[in-house]
Each structure stands twice: as structure tokens, then as C-alpha cells.
Design a protein. Structure first.
Length: 567
């Protein structure tokens, strides 16, 4: 070869040198490509296998984008993902060479720009004159100062066992812009970006799947933790799959991770264990009531979870707190027996006096005594009427019907005086006073209802002042409404009971002073409804145990009656 060179002179030497130069340059290019491919392979090997959180995905994408920029020598790299809800291609953070401000303004419809075209056609694009390229979006080009770029589709490829692609789906576009050192992008850059794009698509779609699943699971777990019912899921092998906080409370166990543990290790309650065994044996839903040591009552209901092949896999137990329901049932039973007693007492007395009068054929009793007997019969009849009227009103309230309202002008001071006079007849130990001012306003109201309100409040004031004492009824004109206060110096009410006494069947319990005082627990409940039927209310203004109480009732001067749907 050296001989040829000498024989053909310097011209051929120059040509030969040029040829070597080209070969070397080709080799350089090849080395760069091989280096890039090696870089891609190592990059992919470094990618975490499973990405389950958004920050993890963001970190991985940040590394990937850095590599893309290095391999294709781009100043800017952006990953666009298609969002079906908005119908737009939006940036998946982070981007490289794009400020947060610029990134937030970028959302591209599939019908616009180079990115849109790549997404729609699935064909990569290389462009080296962004300013004059008709496909480019001028506002994006100028906002990001784009000179040139390459854009490739992000394709998820599903392969079968023979590694043949069976399904392809485009999820977005990878876009690298502004080739460094003022150079232009070439086909090699495009090929490298396509390789990286395929990997990026796989990473993103796997991560999104995991993230969605993880977030969905967390949401379900949060929901399960926040519900008041206890939930336990037990596998057919007798292991706990899931046990929420409420279930731990029911079983009086510290909230802890019991998942995977043997049921027999965790649940000591024999009733719950046998309920589960029964369900596994019968393969049917079972239920039972459990009363805990603290007297809380729960209904435990089981149901089977059936697997795809129809065989039972798990049993779910749900615990519902029915303590209040049982309590109300208990109170209702007590109420019925108290009311029966309250009805029988005046009846026995009426019957007794009438029998005495009927037997008195030879007029043993003088006229005055007879008159006293008639008065007692009359008062007992009034007592019966009041009780029955209260019961009828309660029944209307309970069945959701509106109370009958007969509105007319009511002189509250006069009416209060009549109620006081009636109540005073029953007691010598209490001193009832009417402190309502003489010029007190006349209001529009149902006088029977107002009578029942004052009657109940005064009746309670007397009843719960077993040692007697002063009881005062005072009134305040409040402009659009009036307020009546009933103050006694009796037993008072413990603070913890203040809110409950207005609920139906609620009576203050566990107080030896109250032993022997009969009540039905419907008085204040009814008073509240009667006051509210006028647009007013009743509340406990003051009460101290062993000092007394003040109940206040407010009534508008003109009733604010809610329109009932009932005719
Ligand atoms: P009851 O028929 O038991 O009197 P109420 O609904 O009228 O029913 O009252 C509910 C409970 O509130 C009563 O059981 C009683 O313990 C308490 N209470 C009501 N008024 C007074 C009062 N003036 N002083 C003390 N306790 C009262």
C-alpha cells in the first residue's frame, strides 16, 4: 500500500487522508451511539422495578429526563401525558429547561401543534426550524424559545409470550428541544429518543397503575377506619385479613396491625369466635347480639365473601352499636308501666270517692264533706285529662304529624295565674308566686298549648322540690317575643344531664333524692315541641344540684308556624 502511495503522489495521499478522516468520524459517531445505547441500558437497569408513590415517580422521571437530555444533547425535555378527563396533553412534572411558570401554562389539545400531531399519528417528528415550521404552535415556540426539536410517541406495548406485540396504546409524547452546541437534531437522536420513550412509557404506565391502586387502597382503608361500625374480614384459613379501629374497640383490643394473624390468637370473645365458626359451617349469614362488660350492646352480623369459582373465601363480620336502641326500648317499657300507673292512680281515687258517695245512702257525710269529695273527683279528672292530652300530643309528634294549633289572643299573665292557682291546690309546702308584670303583652298563641307548657314546667318545679320552697314565675317582654322563667329551689340537675332532659323518656337517674318521685320522661320533650310549634323554644337557663333550676320558655308574639305538608 505504501508503495502505491509513493507512486501516485501527494494528491492520492490527501484523498487517502480524507477517507481515513471520514472513517474516523464515522467511528466517532458509532462510538457516541454505542455509548448512548449503553447509557440507555444502564439507565433502564437503574430504574426501580416498582414505583408506588408520586414522589418516587417524580424522582425517577427527573433522572430519566436528565439522561434523555444528555443522550440526545437537548436543552429542554418535556413529557406530555394525555388526560382523558380534560382531553388535553399536559406536562408530567418534572420537565427540564422549563420553569414552573412556563410549565403550568402548557396544555395541548391532540389536534394542535407538533406534540398533538405525534400523539394522534403515532409518528415521530424531527424539526429544525421551529420559527418557520407550520406545524409548531407559535405561542409555545416563543414562550419556550424553541429552535428545533424531536418528538416521539410514548407507546405502551403489550407483548405475548413469544414477545410479539399484541396491543399498542399511545399515552403521551416525549419532546426534546434545542440541540446543544447550536447543532441540529438528526435521525440518530430520534432513534435514541424513541428507545428512551418506550422505556419511559413502560415506567410511567406501571407506576400509574400502582399509584392508582395504592391510592384507591388507601382511600378504602381510610373509609373503613373512619366508619363507626366495626369490620373484620377473616380468611377461610382462619386468619385475619382486615380489622378496623372500630372493631378493635368493640373487642377491647389496642388498635394494632392484626392482619395475617390467627383468628384464635387475636379474638378472645367466645361469642364472636363461635359466630364465625357457625358461618364457616353453615355458609350462611348469621347474627347475634353481644353485650360487653361496659354494658354496650352490639349486633354482630356475618356474611360470606364468595370467590370467582363460587366457593367461599372469607367471612366479613360487621358490628353495629345498638346500645341506644336497646336503651330507648328499655325506656319505652319503663314509660308504659309508669304511664299505666299514672293513669290508674287518679282512676282509683275517683272510683273510691264515687263508691263512697254511692254507698252513703243514709247521708253520713255532711254537705261540705261531700263537696270536698266532688272537688277531689274533679281535680283527679283534670289530672287524667292533662295526662291523656300530653299522651295524644306525644303520639302526634312521634308519628310526624303537626300539632293542632288554635291561635287566639292569649293573656299570658292571666293564664299563668290560672295554672298557678290549680297547682297551688295540690301543695301546701310550696309557695307559688306570679311575678309577671301586670302590663305584660297579650300574644297570639294556642292557649291550651301554652297552658300545657306552663303546667308541665310548674309541675316539675313542684315535683323536684320535695322539701317545698318558693317557686316563681316571671316574664320578660323581649320585643318580638316574650320569655317566661320558672325558678325553683329544689334538687337541681347535674350538668351532664342538661342536654338530655329534653329528649323523650329521659329522666335523671341514680340520684337517691329522686327515689319515689314518679315521672314519665315526656314532659320536657313535649314542652319543647309545643314551644317550637309556635316558633319558640325552651331551655335550662340555670341549674345547680341541691340549689334549684330556672327553665325559660320563649314564645313569639305572633306565632312563626312552619307550613306543614299535611292538610
Ligand atoms: P318527668 O316526667 O320525669 O318529670 P320531664 O321530661 O318533665 O319528665 O323531665 C325530665 C327529667 O328532668 C326529669 O326526670 C327530672 O329528673 C328532670 N327535671 C325536670 N324538671 C326539673 C326541675 N325543675 N328540677 C330538677 N329536675 C328536673
Amino acid at each position: 500500500m505504501a508503495e502505491d502511495v509513493t507512486s501516485e503522489g501527494p494528491e492520492s495521499l490527501r484523498k487517502e487522508l480524507e477517507r481515513y478522516r471520514l472513517v474516523v468520524s464515522d467511528l466517532h459517531e458509532k462510538i457516541r451511539e454505542l455509548e448512548a445505547e449503553l447509557e440507555i441500558t444502564t439507565t433502564m437497569a437503574e430504574m426501580p422495578g416498582v414505583i408506588v408513590t408520586r414522589p418516587e415517580l417524580q424522582r425517577t422521571m427527573s433522572r430519566l429526563i436528565g439522561k434523555i437530555a444528555m443522550i440526545v444533547q437537548a436543552e429542554k425535555v418535556m413529557i406530555f401525558l394525555y388526560h382523558s378527563e380534560s382531553g388535553e396533553l399536559a406536562l408530567l412534572p418534572p420537565s427540564l429547561g422549563v420553569t414552573d411558570d412556563q410549565a403550568s401554562g402548557i396544555a395541548i389539545r391532540p389536534s394542535e401543534g407538533i406534540v398533538g400531531e405525534v400523539y394522534q399519528t403515532g409518528e415521530s417528528i424531527i424539526y429544525n426550524d421551529a420559527l418557520n415550521d407550520p406545524r409548531a404552535l407559535p405561542e409555545v415556540v416563543s414562550a419556550l424559545r424553541i429552535r428545533n426539536g424531536i418528538a416521539v410517541p410514548l407507546v405502551i406495548k403489550q407483548r405475548n409470550e413469544q414477545e410479539r406485540i399484541v396491543h399498542e396504546r399511545i399515552i403521551g409524547v416525549a419532546h426534546a428541544c434545542n440541540k446543544r452546541y447550536e447543532q441540529e437534531f438528526n435521525q440518530d437522536d430520534l432513534r435514541l429518543l424513541e428507545m428512551l420513550g418506550e422505556q419511559a412509557a413502560a415506567v410511567i404506565s406501571n407506576a400509574q397503575l400502582y399509584i392508582t391502586l395504592t391510592e384507591e387502597k388507601e382511600r378504602l382503608e381510610d373509609a373503613l377506619e373512619s366508619i363507626r361500625s366495626g369490620v373484620i374480614v377473616v380468611s377461610a384459613e382462619g386468619r385475619i385479613r382486615l380489622m378496623n379501629r372500630a372493631a378493635c374497640q368493640v373487642l377491647q383490643l389496642p388498635a394494632d396491625g392484626y392482619e395475617g394473624k390467627e383468628l384464635t390468637e387475636v379474638i378472645a370473645n367466645d361469642q364472636v369466635r363461635s359466630l364465625l365458626n357457625q358461618t364457616f359451617d353453615s355458609l350462611r349469614e348469621e347474627s347475634l347480639e353481644i353485650e360487653l362488660d361496659n354494658e354496650d350492646v352490639y349486633r354482630a352480623e356475618t356474611s360470606m365473601v364468595v370467590g370467582e369459582n363460587g366457593s367461599p373465601t372469607d367471612v366479613v363480620v360487621i358490628f353495629t352499636d345498638i346500645t341506644d336502641i336497646r336503651h330507648v326500648e328499655q325506656m319505652k317499657t319503663t314509660f308504659v308501666s309508669t304511664v299505666s300507673h299514672e293513669l290508674r292512680t287518679p282512676l282509683t281515687s275517683i272510683k273510691g270517692f264515687i263508691a263512697t258517695l254511692l254507698d252513703d245512702t243514709s247521708s253520713v257525710y255532711d254537705d261540705q264533706t261531700r263537696h270536698e269529695f266532688y272537688e277531689i273527683i274533679d281535680q283527679e279528672c283534670d289530672r287524667l285529662t292533662r295526662l291523656i292530652s300530653d299522651l295524644l300530643n306525644i303520639s302526634r309528634i312521634e308519628s310526624g304529624r303537626a300539632l293542632d294549633m288554635n291561635i287566639s289572643p292569649v293573656d299570658v299573665r292571666d293564664l299563668a295565674q290560672r295554672v298557678l292557682d290549680t297547682q297551688q291546690q295540690y301543695t301546701l309546702r310550696h309557695n307559688l308566686t306570679n311575678e309577671i308584670p301586670p302590663d305584660f303583652p297579650i300574644i297570639e298563641a294556642d292557649s291550651d298549648h301554652v297552658t300545657r307548657i306552663l303546667d308541665n314546667l310548674l309541675g316539675n318545679a313542684i315535683k323536684y322540690s320535695p322539701d317545698g320552697g318558693d317557686i316563681a314565675l316571671s316574664g320578660v317582654d323581649e320585643g318580638d317575643s316574650i320569655r317566661i322563667d320558672v325558678t325553683d329551689h329544689g334538687l337541681g340537675i347535674p350538668v351532664r344531664q342538661h342536654d338530655r332532659i329534653f329528649d323523650r323518656f329521659q329522666m335523671v337517674e341514680g340520684d337517691s333524692n329522686r327515689k319515689g318521685i314518679k315521672g314519665t320522661g315526656i314532659g320536657l320533650y313535649l314542652v319543647r315541641h309545643l314551644a317550637q310549634a309556635h316558633g319558640g323554644d325552651v331551655w335550662l337557663t340555670w341549674s345547680e344540684v341541691d340549689k334549684g333550676s330556672t327553665f325559660s320558655v320563649n314564645l313569639p308574639k305572633v306565632p312563626q308556624i312552619e307550613q306543614s305538608s299535611e292538610q
